[in-house]
Design a binder for this molecule. Structure first.
Ligand code: FAD
Length: 384
């Protein structure tokens, strides 16, 4: 029986395990392959819903599920920190025990680190705890200055800060506090979603403007204290801004265990074949946020769950073919759409083919908002 090691039980890892299980895991109640998922958390989080959580539209139990529920059809979860990875020998160590396999799929996402002691000053809404604590403060907020800060690049979900700002705007309007509040978004990016091209960036900027959200692109965070944020701009200006309540995107890094395994390239992330997601190591694939895939110019494929899922489908299909002695024949095309919720029950869709840069932005509609809710519900129904 073949063994496939799936590193990470997040969006990419779960989808990989499920797809493999559907194709090769189990037949007439007999397991045909062993699919081992390595994960440190007991609960799996659907992170795209965190922006709803930060404005009180979701509770933590609505956006997480118990990972033990995925253990069927040949899938087994090994809970615990992955301590080491040996890609040459397709071996993983967890809880002091070694596990070897025939194939390995790395989907360990991006680790979050604290810079400028931001965790003491604001709320990291990229976590359940941070989204929840932000909402607790928002509920008691009586007006003032709210800062949404992107603390460094690259970061996952390039629409999340924009979505967060617009949902906060909606919440404050409902509370009658909008007139008394300034919402500012600070980011080192040149414009919103630079990878999507000028037209889309402009549309998102206009959207923010129409809601009275102050947008400060090309603002690199240098310092933070209790009430101030200090940024530098490309013309070397020092810009000091006040805030009363702050939500931030943390600095993202590739998990240390993968760096230590010698699996990262010069970018600091795992570099893969852009169509097959193969790493330089035989029968070892990497998908999702842990990878970097260059697009045209200086842009890279955004770190997004939608791509982690399509990449998982590609890899699971090709591993199945290899197990049956066939040539892998599926390629990842970077086709994907991303939904930007704007509040008031409306959302817009951005996407297309990221490899050919054929991207567009759809009109704002209630339908897109419902599609986003449906994506969340389907995730849990389909995978748990
Ligand atoms: C606020 C927010 C909003 C978002 N909105 C969207 C959206 O609207 N659309 C969209 O497409 N994407 C969105 N995303 C991005 C999306 O969640 C990620 O791109 C996606 O989760 C990536 O999947 P992954 O499998 O690569 O990583 P993850 O889902 O992060 O999974 C990685 C897993 O590996 C585990 N792990 C890491 N290191 C170890 C270790 N040493 N040992 C054991 N386990 C380990 C982690 O615990 C985690 O469960 C959003 C993200 C955030 C934070």
């Amino acid at each position: 029986m073949k063994t496939i090691l799936v590193l990470g039980g997040g969006i990419g890892g779960i989808r990989t395990a499920r797809e493999l299980s559907k194709k090769i895991g189990n037949e007439d109640g007999i397991d045909l392959a062993k699919i081992l998922v390595f994960e440190k958390q007991k609960k799996s989080l659907f992170a795209p819903s965190l922006t709803w959580m930060m404005v009180g539209k979701r509770e933590s139990e609505q956006i997480q599920d118990d990972l033990t529920n995925i253990q069927l059809g040949g899938i087994e979860v090994v809970f615990g920190d992955i301590e080491s990875v040996d890609p040459d020998n397709i071996t993983v160590t967890s809880n002091g025990k070694s596990y070897s396999g025939d194939y390995m799929v790395v989907s360990l996402g991006a680790d979050q680190t604290d810079i400028h002691e931001m965790s003491k000053l604001g709320h990291n809404y990229y976590t359940v705890e941070g989204a929840k604590s932000f909402y607790n403060d928002l509920k008691n907020f009586k007006g003032g200055k709210i800062a949404i800060v992107v603390s460094s690049l690259p970061y996952k979900s390039p629409v999340a800060p924009y979505e967060a700002a617009m949902l906060i705007d909606e919440y404050l309007r409902e509370q009658g506090l909008r007139e008394k509040t300034e919402i500012s978004l600070y980011t080192p990016e040149v414009e919103p979603m630079t990878f999507a091209g000028k037209e889309i960036s402009l549309r998102v900027s206009e959207l923010m403007k129409s809601k009275g959200i102050d947008y400060f692109p090309e603002h690199k965070l240098d310092e933070a204290d209790k009430n101030h944020l200090t940024f530098s701009t490309p013309d070397n200006q020092e810009v000091k801004k006040e805030y009363d309540l702050m939500a931030y995107t943390p600095k993202h890094v590739c998990p240390a265990v993968i760096r230590e395994a010698g699996m990262t390239g010069e970018t600091g992330w795992v570099e893969v074949n852009h169509q097959t997601l193969q790493t330089p190591f035989e029968n070892v694939y990497a998908i999702g946020d842990i990878t970097t895939i260059p697009l045209s110019g200086t842009e890279s494929l955004p770190k997004a769950g939608v791509f982690a899922q399509y990449q998982a489908n590609t890899v699971a299909h090709n591993i199945t073919r290899q197990m049956h002695g066939k040539q892998p024949d599926k390629v990842f095309t970077a086709e994907g759409k991303y939904i930007l919720d704007q509040g008031n029950g409306k959302a817009t869709k951005v996407g297309g083919n990221f490899y050919s840069s054929e991207l567009d932005i759809k009109e704002t509609s209630a339908v897109n908002h419902w599609v986003k809710i449906l994506q969340e519900k389907t995730w849990f129904v389909k995978h748990f």
